[in-house]
Design a protein around this ligand. Structure first.
Ligand code: ADP
Length: 226
């Protein structure tokens, strides 16, 4: 059984100028198995973030079905979706969204406050993951004292701390220079492989997309192999 299945999913927005309905996704079908790494590519504005937000239950489709971990989520209420997100999905965005007043370690542990029964003791896991990304000696530092790449590494660890089944990453290296971006993509794939988590990453960097197990592109609102 796939971890994630989208069937005939569509989404449109209202153009605030004309009031017209503008279709973005027009019948997307997608099936992802546990442990896969998938890149979603396509030109700016084609609907990559819209699709990722629907996969992460942050946005709802107009039509179609989303089944995650054997459960249809299309009709679920907001409270249930929030529980699914905090327990089963890790998010990484283009900007790190770390809390400036919290240390690296505190930032990483924040998502554990949202789950009723965190898996085991989160602090040793946080320390081990921070060591894995080369930040063991930065645990008590504040985000402002880190480089852009280091902040994003903290964001990777934060996304993994609740041992999710799925990581959704939206242009996770988009704010970095090319060399840093390539190194960070390698690190993300290392973390994905060592934890066994499923990874879906939106990127417009072709070279980084090619590092993933599968590359899919959005063209005219439909998803197809690239
Ligand atoms: P991408 O991530 O591929 O750059 P997006 O998914 O962000 O594309 O956006 C796809 C299209 O949907 C764009 O034309 C964008 O302007 C439009 N769009 C996205 N969010 C909204 C919204 N909340 N209201 C209206 N239009 C939106």
């Amino acid at each position: 059984m796939p971890l994630l299945e989208l069937t005939n999913l569509s989404k449109s927005y209202i153009d605030p100028g004309s009031g017209a309905r503008v279709p973005v996704l027009r019948g997307v079908n997608l099936s992802i198995n546990a442990g896969e790494s998938v890149a979603i590519v396509g030109p700016s504005g084609c609907g990559k973030s819209t699709l990722l937000n629907i996969l992460g239950t942050l946005d709802t489709p107009d039509e179609g079905q989303l089944v995650f971990d054997g459960e249809s989520l299309t009709q679920s209420n907001a409270k249930h979706l929030a529980a699914v997100r905090s327990q089963k999905i890790g998010f990484i965005f283009q900007l790190h969204h770390l809390m400036p007043q919290c240390s690296v370690l505190e930032n990483v542990l924040l998502p554990t406050l949202a789950v009723p029964e965190p898996h085991g003791d989160a602090q040793p896991r946080a320390e081990a993951l921070l060591e894995q990304v080369g930040l063991k000696d930065r645990m008590s530092w504040k985000p402002a004292q880190l480089s852009g790449g280091e902040r994003q590494r903290v964001a990777f660890v934060r996304a993994l701390i609740n041992q999710p089944q799925l990581i959704l990453a939206d242009e996770p290296t988009g704010a970095l220079d090319e060399a840093n971006a390539a190194a960070l993509t390698d690190l993300l794939l290392q973390l994905q492989q060592s934890s066994g988590v499923t990874l879906v990453m939106v990127t417009h960097h072709r070279a980084q997309a090619e590092r993933m197990g599968r590359v899919l592109k959005i063209h005219e609102g439909v998803l197809s192999p690239s």
